[in-house]
Design a protein around this ligand. Structure first.
Ligand code: PMV
Length: 323
């Protein structure tokens, strides 16, 4: 069997702002979901991820069943398959689990049906499935789940206005691969589950009430991204950490933090992190901490505080399993 896999993602800068056309910088968590077995069926599509307690087929109620029905109609052919997969990221924690699931299913069904899809078509199909999970996603999650690595993404194509001085490769019209390696990050899970769609809706309401303030915060987040990218290129970890902290402040001003995330920020910084921020939809989910050389201290601080934590390389494998 050809290896079928999909990446998770950690958004370094630009969550929520990306929904309104601003750029985002995200890194892939390699092999977040990997197919262990793909069994052919007469036509039915099914997926099980035991680590997530997920076992669904296209007749199942709920969003996974609906996504499978949509996928059955989306790709050419009618062969089916049942996929059994292993996950190394938690579900519903802002690490792109649903997009990884979507990419995995698209790749598995394309294989079962003998449809040759390049990565751009894989992500387009996965983004259709993401609409079932998230309503109106920016497309960032499906993009990173497909391509992995460090991706500079926005909704509109990069058109002569890509940043200069950064080694970039165009992966798709609106996706640039940044060739710089990023340092390992500690990821802590607040344990609070939240729906991305409801957090996106919350920001939408804030923006309706006060567009000037919210657009100003999005602009601040954009400044953090460019400063962070520049610091990354210079190997300036302190500068990158500072940009992450500033981005977290803007996210908190959008009411996207929560007491658990605030506590994790304190734990990370007290344990030697140079910067930390929530990642993804917010309101819960995960915190990213940048702590070069102090990763173990931050991991332990999170765990002592009662939070699951693990370490990821930028697009290398999970260094240590889910805590
Ligand atoms: O919570 P996640 O991992 O699904 O990330 C959501 C990212 C947002 O920018 C908030 C929404 C989007 O569609 O990009």
């Amino acid at each position: 069997m050809r290896r079928i896999h999909a990446h998770g993602k950690a958004i370094l800068f630009g969550e929520h702002a990306v929904v309104y056309g601003h750029p985002a910088l995200a890194l892939g968590i390699e092999d977040a979901v990997v197919a262990r077995a793909v069994r052919p069926t007469a036509g039915r599509l099914g997926i099980s991820v035991p680590g997530w307690g997920l076992d669904a087929d296209q007749d199942s109620p709920g969003t996974v069943g609906e996504a499978l029905r949509r996928l059955a109609a989306l790709l050419p052919g009618d062969a089916g398959c049942e996929v059994e997969a292993e996950a190394s990221i938690p579900m519903g924690a802002g690490l792109g689990s649903s997009a990884a699931l979507a990419v995995l299913m698209v790749r598995a069904v394309a294989e079962a049906r003998g449809a040759a899809l390049d990565d751009d078509r894989v992500r387009a199909a996965a983004n259709e499935l993401e609409k079932v999970f998230h309503g109106n996603p920016s497309g960032l999650d499906g993009t990173v789940a497909t391509f992995g690595g460090l991706c500079l993404f926005r909704k509109a194509p990069w058109d002569g206005d890509a940043p200069s001085g950064v080694p970039l490769r165009l992966l798709a019209p609106n996706v640039l691969r940044v060739a710089w390696p990023a340092p390992p990050l500690v990821i802590g899970h607040s344990g609070v589950r939240r729906s991305t769609a409801s957090m996106v809706a919350r920001v939408g309401r804030l923006r309706e009430a006060d567009p000037t303030r919210v657009d100003g915060l999005f602009a601040t987040m954009g400044t953090c991204l460019w400063k962070g990218l520049d610091a990354l290129g210079r190997g300036d970890h302190a500068g990158l950490g500072k940009a992450m902290n500033a981005c977290q402040e803007a996210l908190a001003a959008l009411s996207l933090s929560c007491p658990e995330i605030d506590r994790m920020m304190d734990l990370a910084l007290a344990a030697g992190a140079l910067g930390a921020k929530l990642t993804g939809g917010g309101g819960g989910g995960c915190v990213l901490a940048l702590a070069p050389g102090r990763e173990q201290d931050v991991l332990e601080a999170f765990r002592r505080g009662g939070f699951d934590a693990f370490l990821v390389g930028v697009h290398g494998p999970t260094v240590e399993g889910k805590g």
